[in-house]
Each structure stands twice: as C-alpha cells, then as structure tokens.
Design a protein around this ligand. Structure first.
Ligand code: PMP
Length: 385
C-alpha cells in the first residue's frame, strides 16, 4: 500500500457533496446523456437472451469482443483478433491489469505533464518510477525522445485525444513520432482514448490512433463516456504476446465482467446507425456545455484565469492568472458553493499549484453559469481575507 495515494478527485467530490454545491469537479456524463429510454427497451430483449444471468467467458462476451476487434482494426488499419481483446470493468481496471502484466517495482514509466490522476494513482500502487515530460505541449516530442535516450523505459502512457485534464489532442505528427520512438526504443505505449468520439473540432475525429503506426501499443477503450459509466464496461486490446497473460490476470482478478452489462453494451453499439446518432447527440450536448462554461468564464473570470478552449472531451484546464494556489483556494470556493479539482492532482512531481480542472460535462446549463460566478466570488473573498 505504501505507494497508493488517496484520489484527489474523490476528495474534491467529497467537498462538493454538500447540498447546493455546484460540482465542476466530477468528470461524469451529463444526466441527459445517459441512455435511459433506450436502455429500458433494450434491457427487456437482453434479459431474455440465453445466459444473460449466467457467468460468461472470462475475457468477455464473444460478440462484444468481435465488435471491439473489428472497430479497433478499422481505426488502426491493422488486423486485430478477438483473442487480443479483454473486456474489463472500465479502462481503469484495464490499466491495472496491464501494469500487473508488464511492470516490475521501480520500472520507469513516462507520462504526459500533466496526466490523468487515476493513472498516477495506479502507477504509485505498482511502485513505478513515474517521469512526466511534456508530450502534447511538445510539437516534435523532443523531451520524450531525450527521456527515452536517458534510461531504459518500460512504458509510455498517453491520452491522445481531448485529454484529461488538459483537453489537448496529439497532432498527426506527434502520433507518428510517438509510434516511431516506441518502436525504436522497444517501449510499450498504453493509449487510453475514452474521449476520442466526443470532439467538436473538425479533423480530430480522423486522426489515426498511435496504434496505427506501431504494434507495441495497448489500446484502452471505455463505454463510460459514450454509453454509461454504470455499465462499468471497457476493454483492453493487447499485442498478441500479451493476450494470454491478460486473460489469466482477468481470471485471477474477478472471473469476468457481468454478462448482463455486456449484452446491454453490445446491443447499444452493434447497430451502426443507432451508435452514430447517439454520438452525434452527445457531441451536441457537450459542445453546448463547453460553450456555456467558456462564456461564463469570460464573463466572470476573464482577468483571473487563463485557459484554452477545449475542442472536445469533458474538461477545461485553467490557470489562476496571479499564480495563486488553487488548492488553497478550494475551501473558499466550497464555502461559496462551487468545487473543482486543484491541478496538483495531475502532476507526478513539481505541480504547478496555480492550475485547476473545471469539468463542464455533468453540471446543468444553470449550474455552469452559477459555478463561475461563485468561483469569482471565492477569488474576491480570498483576496480580501
Ligand atoms: N482514463 C481516462 C483518461 C479517464 O478520464 C477516465 C475516467 N475519468 C478513465 C480512464 C477511467 O474510466 P473508466 O474506468 O470508467 O472506463
């Protein structure tokens, strides 16, 4: 347990739990984005399928694994078999199993600076030596190249599209360079891409995954943002050599995902027209929320925060213009009725204390505007205190 830090997001969510507090902390889907009507009608059909309430294959429902293999092959342009696919309880479990398969304590893992906090937490549990280097902010990946030349590296972890927390997307060139560096140095890339279908910028949807450029890539996929996090269904696609270890690890961990959840997810994704319609609707929902937060930030906090408008995903990554500590500000913010995640949670070391993550995915339109005016009041309050 020595390396396992508490989750700073869970702590911020705990602070936001008081009634009436606007939470800009949770990276959860919007209530209106959850497919409740669709689920109700599909569940009836799913329940009457043979084996719906029975144990299933450990690596996942064969039909769903086939669908995932075909979808991954289409995106990467490389052949993928269902044997390379393991269905897991969200990409968080996928990353844990991959770490168990390939990491020894003390192994070096390179991550973007900043990076998703849930992954930093898991890397701590696995006693990895985590080195953060700018990836998205480095157009030619010079820092990554230098880090790879300095010492043996076991793994590179990346969120290539609309990243958590920054909203950044790797360019076509960055993806190609990352694949080339991984090949040259014999390093495994873990490509975690839960937001790739939730973009508002033309072009980003057509960017090839890193896995298109090299076969040393583990793909983590998730249905949490596009269908429902309560389905707890994600997947890992591994190079052939890792397939048997991953199957065995999944078996040892929990014997396999819920058959019922997988049947539901499969029935939701397997009709291409239904899926395309659903993703289009989600993009509209989140684009609107992004715009509302962007407007409200400019109205209430124009001089106080700097940020880049994200082109997709769930998050605005901001910095307090006067360099103030966003962690110290949080209690004033909560007292005013708004919560966010201080940016320090997303750094493996030497955090920039002035950064913060604001999530626009879950709050209602009203809450987004209210949250920003409360944040402005909290800044005022802390300045006069
Ligand atoms: N990776 C990233 C980048 C995420 O943002 C999240 C969810 N916040 C996860 C993994 C975990 O998602 P899940 O386990 O629900 O698939």
């Amino acid at each position: 347990m020595a390396g396992l830090r508490p989750s700073p997001i869970a702590q911020a969510l705990g602070m936001a739990a008081r009634g009436g507090t606007v939470s800009l902390a949770a990276g959860a889907p919007a209530a209106e984005a959850l497919p409740d009507d669709e689920t109700r009608s599909l569940l009836d059909g799913v329940l009457s399928r043979p084996g719906a309430l029975q144990y299933g294959e450990t690596a996942g429902l064969p039909a769903l694994r086939e669908w995932i293999a075909t979808d991954t092959a289409r995106r990467t342009g490389r052949p993928v078999t269902a044997r390379q696919v393991v269905v897991v309880h969200g990409s968080q479990q996928g990353f844990d199993l991959v770490c168990r398969a390939v990491l020894e304590p003390g192994d070096t893992v390179l991550v973007d600076r900043p990076s998703y906090s849930g992954v930093l937490q898991l890397l701590g549990l696995h006693r990895a030596r985590v080195i953060d280097v700018p990836i998205a902010a480095d157009p030619e990946l010079t820092a990554l190249d230098r880090a790879l030349a300095r010492e043996p590296v076991r793994m590179i972890y990346t969120v290539p599209t609309y990243a958590n927390p920054t909203g950044d997307t790797l360019s076509r060139l960055q993806r190609a360079v990352l694949a080339r560096l991984a090949d040259r140095h014999g390093v495994l890339v873990v490509e975690d891409d839960p937001y790739r279908d939730l973009g508002f910028t033309p072009g980003a949807a057509d960017l090839p995954p890193v896995a298109a450029g090299c076969d040393r890539v583990v793909t983590l996929g998730s249905f949490s943002k596009t269908l429902s996090p309560a389905a707890r269904t994600g997947y890992v696609v591994v190079p052939e050599a890792l397939a048997t270890p991953l199957h065995r690890l999944k078996e040892a961990a929990d014997l396999g995902n819920s058959t019922l959840s997988q049947l539901l997810v499969h029935s939701m994704v397997s009709d291409p027209a239904r899926l395309a319609h659903r993703l289009e609707r989600l993009r509209r929902i989140y684009r609107e929320r992004r715009d509302i937060l962007d407007d409200a930030l400019r109205t209430h906090l124009g001089d106080e925060l700097t940020y880049q408008r994200p082109g997709g995903g769930f998050f605005v990554w901001a910095r307090l213009a006067d360099g103030r500590d966003a962690g110290a500000l949080l209690s004033d913010a909560v007292a005013e009725g708004v919560a966010y995640v201080p940016g320090a949670a997303f750094y493996a070391r030497d955090p920039d204390p002035a950064t913060l993550r604001l999530s626009y995915s879950a709050p209602s339109r009203d809450q987004l505007a209210k949250g920003c005016s409360r944040l402005a009041r909290a800044l005022c309050r802390s300045r006069t205190a």
